[in-house]
Design a protein around this ligand. Structure first.
Ligand code: F3S
Length: 64
């Protein structure tokens, strides 16, 4: 599973981190990023939920 945050689109609302802190974290630039040690396969449901909740649809993912 491949997860991406489009930083151009992200407005830093932080929802993704609150929904799935194991995969997303807010970085110093105030935008979200995918954690380097994330294990997306284990959190597929939450990633799905975060992507659906992001107000600017900056989160995309695809199943490997
Ligand atoms: Fe950014 Fe969307 Fe997360 S705006 S902080 S990617 S919920």
């Amino acid at each position: 599973m491949e997860v991406k945050v489009n930083k151009e689109q992200c407005i830093g609302c932080g929802l993704c981190e609150s929904i799935c802190p194991d995969v997303f974290k807010m970085s110093k630039d105030g935008k979200s990023e995918v954690k380097e040690d994330a294990e997306p396969e284990k959190h597929a449901d939450h990633i799905d939920q975060a992507a659906a909740s992001c107000p600017v649809a900056a989160i995309t993912f695809k199943d490997a």
